[in-house]
Design a protein around this ligand. Structure first.
Ligand SMILES: Cc1cc2nc3c(=O)[nH]c(=O)nc-3n(C[C@H](O)[C@H](O)[C@H](O)COP(=O)(O)OP(=O)(O)OC[C@H]3O[C@@H](n4cnc5c(N)ncnc54)[C@H](O)[C@@H]3O)c2cc1C
Length: 383
């Protein structure tokens, strides 16, 4: 084995890169006993691969950095690549493409594809150094050398699936700046004032959440730990600290019910338990809406703009992704190569690029892998 390229991490980005590189040019090192562990459990076991709607606005990232790779290997290119490998994903909701049977359909493609490369499982990288043209990759058992290194080790989310901070350590060692990582696409915990939410565990409703100039629309789920559900997960991407504002009654017209004699808990398009909990919290009685005074009606309308500051997040054990990461101004946007160290590449979630819910994180993993594959393949052929 004399690899030209060493890929650290056999997750989404590392696997796509290994599939695209010339035969036997790469060694893929993965600390787990299998590749693609996160893919296998993603999207509720069906893997939300990409989305019909694609654009820089679906990412928390510098647009000018992600645009070239999203364009060079777009959602349509990904679908064509999948079709070539006999996987035709289905659109399930909101333009989201999922595997039609199970996420393992995707990992199976990769498992077959990477047979053309060298693979080491159960091998954990703990350091990378460089001597002249060669990078040395240190694992517990050995030192592996290659001219090209691609760090595809992901973020800190889901440590039980192999997540580690090695990518940040390697980046720091070679002089890169790290934007503070934090859990994202994750539930939010509550301050004492909102502990009454915990009593509503299991209830969900459609909401709009305003956070840092963004509006996240979708379902909110009350849990015993706090709030979760698609709208909250998206909101967690933009939230760092301070207040968020939830509209529990988007598209609802108070005028239309002004004369209603129905009790408010039966009238509002919300689960009864939720309305009753709010009435109690707001010191209002459950009675016919037409009997509400102006003042009482105004208090109740806080349901359209309920503001509070979450206490924190559910943390990395529950977060689908890690936001923050390697400063992208220090990475070439066409190739994913470090601007500081030649032939050192970073792809996927380790970079300061995070997508919203909906298949955007896999698309980024694959698009960034494609950009690095093109650059490395070109250099290999030029040698
Ligand atoms: C529960 C869950 C569901 C998700 N669902 C979706 C979804 O449906 N759609 C979507 O777009 N995104 C989803 N995501 C996010 C998506 O999985 C990630 O953004 C994506 O996998 C990132 O790819 P990556 O290659 O950068 O990192 P990863 O896929 O995390 O791969 C990194 C690999 O590096 C290995 N590694 C780490 N440290 C070392 C080391 N020291 N030595 C050797 N190997 C190492 C890890 O074991 C891992 O296999 C989900 C995430 C989770 C946790």
């Amino acid at each position: 084995m004399n690899p030209k390229v060493i890929i650290i991490g056999g997750g989404a980005s590392g696997l796509m890169l290994a599939s695209l590189l010339p035969k036997k040019s790469a060694l893929l090192i993965e600390s787990n006993n299998k590749v693609g562990a996160k893919i296998d459990i993603s999207g509720g076991g069906k893997c939300n691969i990409t989305n019909q709607k694609m654009g820089t606005e679906y990412f928390l990232a510098k647009s000018r950095f992600i645009r070239p790779s999203l364009h060079a290997f777009s959602n349509d290119d990904l679908l064509l690549w999948l079709k070539k490998h006999k996987l035709v994903p289905v659109i399930r909701k909101k333009g989201q493409y999922f595997c039609n049977h199970s996420a393992s359909q995707l990992t199976d493609i990769f498992k077959k594809e990477i047979k053309k490369q060298h693979l080491l499982l159960n091998e954990t990288v703990y350091k990378v150094s460089k001597k002249e043209r060669y990078f040395n990759v240190h694992t517990k058992n050995r030192i592996y050398s290659a001219e090209y290194i691609v760090v595809a080790s992901g973020g800190l989310s889901f440590p039980k699936l192999g997540a580690s901070g090695i990518g940040y350590e390697i980046a720091r060692f070679f002089g890169h700046t790290i934007k503070k990582p934090a859990p994202a696409l994750v539930g939010l915990t509550l301050q004492k004032e909102q502990f009454f939410f915990k009593e509503l565990s299991g209830i969900s409703c459609g909401v709009h959440i305003k956070v840092d100039h963004c509006v996240c629309k979708g379902a909110l789920l009350f849990t015993h730990r706090g709030i979760s559900g698609p709208a909250v997960l998206d909101a967690s991407l933009y939230w760092t600290k301070g207040e968020i504002e939830i509209d529990f009654l988007p598209d609802f017209s108070w005028e239309k019910i002004a004369k209603s004699t129905k009790y408010i808990s039966s009238l509002l398009p919300l689960p009864k338990r939720l309305t009753k909990a709010f009435l109690l919290k707001l010191g209002l009685q459950d009675k016919a809406y037409c009997t509400f005074t102006r003042k009482e009606a105004a208090i109740l309308q806080v349901l359209n703009r309920y503001r509070f500051a979450p206490a924190g997040t559910f943390g990395y054990t529950k977060a689908e992704v890690t936001k923050g990461g390697i400063e992208t101004a220090e990475i070439d946007s066409d190739t994913m190569m470090s601007k500081k160290v030649e032939n050192l590449y970073f792809i996927g979630e380790i970079l300061d690029v995070t997508g919203r819910l909906g298949g955007y994180n896999f698309q980024w993993a694959f698009s960034s892998a494609y950009a690095s594959a093109k650059s490395i393949t070109h250099s290999l052929y030029m040698q």
